[in-house]
Design a protein around this ligand. Structure first.
Ligand SMILES: Nc1nc2c(ncn2[C@@H]2O[C@H](COP(=O)(O)OP(=O)(O)OP(=O)(O)O)[C@@H](O)[C@H]2O)c(=O)[nH]1
Ligand SMILES: [Mg+2]
Length: 449
């Protein structure tokens, strides 16, 4: 997401950078452009107004910070005001006597069920908690099975109590968690197209009956301001503690993220950044502001790489050793396939690119679906190879090519192209020998160059 804001701010800042001296009229012009940019990104009007007033006040004030140039100072003010708007990093606390209850609320289709499973994975991995998922959505016929399927994919414990009463189902899950030593119960609720009395009553009953430690409002990034207006009604009726922004990958405007705190009075805690269950992260306002102002978000990327590296090491694969092997040009197709698997665990191409400095604006333009499709076909080709072909790709002759492509439903030209790229990559990696690369990712980037 954020492409619109990134583009807008990069234009404003580029103009300012060119000025020898920054005068009040330059600031006014910049603020005018920022205003248009924010409104186009669907940020709430009150938020925009307050933001601009604060930036103007500080920018025209005579306060000089250390040795910053006027331009740097302006960027600094933008950054700190944006942080004020987003709020400081929210502590997502679950410290209470277990089992701790998290209630997921939101409109129909907002992403509650998906986010419940994603949150389960997050808590298990990052906070070493033992979550239990339960659905109290007895309205939509397939809702319970949907969560069950996601829980199985996510390898998170799941309970389907026999009762068909929402409150009773949740209570059964809490009892179960207590008995089996699971410390967190994530309750996925049903959604509606708009707030109606029945939905609110159901949520209020759950809220009072379960006394959840966290009540997360799942907001759909694509629903824009309209979605947030409805959410304000939620916030008034039940005590929300935080928000999850789903589908941020599908939204290029970013306005909802900047408006949540003002509209709901609660901080944004988590962001859904793709359809995969791993595409979910804690919200770090400072990193987001870095992305909007074009400084990239290396930190998130580094953390993701670390996570995957750790997972692979547990399985006996050492990504660093593999990278060293790659630099020697000794990577075979078996290693390559393993690298591809690791990459896909990092999340979608699009979400990865948004985190690389300077590539954020590009992420929206690259056809990441086509990339992922191609990787799948390459994977299929390698799967159709014999172990010795994988180890020594140079033995792959015409007859073997026909067998491999027939077996994987691909074309000989495709295989030729891939093998050529693979050899090019090997050569390149040899040349880069000694340069520090990202562990385990050595060379894959060549495929998309
Ligand atoms: N791209 C993308 N899609 C998402 C994300 N989160 C959820 N979705 C998709 O949004 C759709 C709706 O998600 P659900 O989790 O079923 O939404 P819900 O709020 O539980 O829906 P109801 O139970 O019907 O109210 C699904 O197709 C999800 O795959 C996200 O972060 N990114
Ligand atoms: Mg649901």
């Amino acid at each position: 997401m954020l492409e619109a804001l990134q583009d807008g701010f990069s234009k404003v800042l580029k103009n300012l950078r060119g000025e020898a001296k920054i005068r009040p009229e330059h600031i006014d012009r910049a603020l005018e452009e920022i205003k248009t940019n924010l409104l186009e990104a669907d940020v709430q009007f009150q938020v925009v107004k307050r933001f601009l007033e604060n930036v103007r006040g500080k920018a025209l004030g005579s306060e000089v910070i250390g040795s910053l140039t006027p331009y740097q100072q302006f960027v600094y003010i933008l950054q700190s005001e944006m942080l004020n708007t987003l709020g400081t990093e929210a502590e997502f606390s679950l410290s209470a006597r277990p089992p701790v209850v998290i209630l997921m609320a939101g409109l129909q289709g907002a992403g509650k069920t998906t986010s419940s499973a994603k949150l389960g994975i997050y808590l298990k991995r990052k906070q070493k908690r033992k979550p239990l998922l339960v659905s109290v959505d007895i309205r939509r016929p397939a809702a319970i099975e949907q969560l069950e399927r996601l829980a199985a994919d996510a390898k998170i414990d799941y309970l389907n109590p026999s009762s068909m009463d929402p409150l009773e189902r949740a209570r059964a899950a809490i009892n179960f968690a207590g008995t089996y030593g699971l410390d967190t119960v994530i309750v996925d609720t049903s959604g509606r197209l708009s707030i109606d009395d029945e939905l609110m009553k159901e949520l209020e009953d759950l809220y009072h009956g379960l006394r959840p430690k966290q009540v997360l409002y799942v907001a759909d990034a694509m629903s824009g301001q309209q979605g947030l207006q409805v959410a304000e009604g939620f916030a008034k009726k039940i005590g929300l503690t935080g928000a999850v922004l789903s589908k941020s990958d599908a939204d290029s405007r970013g306005g909802v993220a900047l408006s949540i705190r003002e509209a709901l009075g609660v901080p944004l805690c988590f962001v859904g950044i793709g359809e995969k269950l791993e595409d979910f992260e804690a919200f770090h306002p400072d990193r987001w502001v870095g992305r909007i102002l074009g400084m990239g978000d290396l930190q998130s990327l580094v953390e993701k790489v670390e996570q995957v590296t750790q997972d692979e090491k547990q399985k006996g694969v050492d990504p660093e050793k593999m990278a060293q092997k790659a630099f020697k040009g000794g990577l075979n197709l078996e290693d390559f396939q393993q690298q591809m698997k690791m990459m896909s665990k990092l999340g979608s191409m699009k979400s990865l690119m948004g985190m690389i400095p300077g590539m954020g604006a590009m992420a929206g333009k690259v056809d990441s679906e086509a990339m992922e499709k191609r990787l799948k076909r390459i994977d299929a080709m390698i799967c159709s190879m014999t172990p010795s072909e994988k180890k020594h790709p140079d033995i792959i002759n015409g007859t073997r090519k026909r067998r491999i492509t027939a077996g994987s439903g691909t074309k000989v030209e495709e295989l030729n192209q891939f093998l050529k790229e693979f050899y090019d990559m090997q050569k390149l990696m040899k040349r880069f020998k000694g340069a520090k690369g990202m562990p385990g990712m050595g060379g894959l980037g060549r495929l998309f160059g």
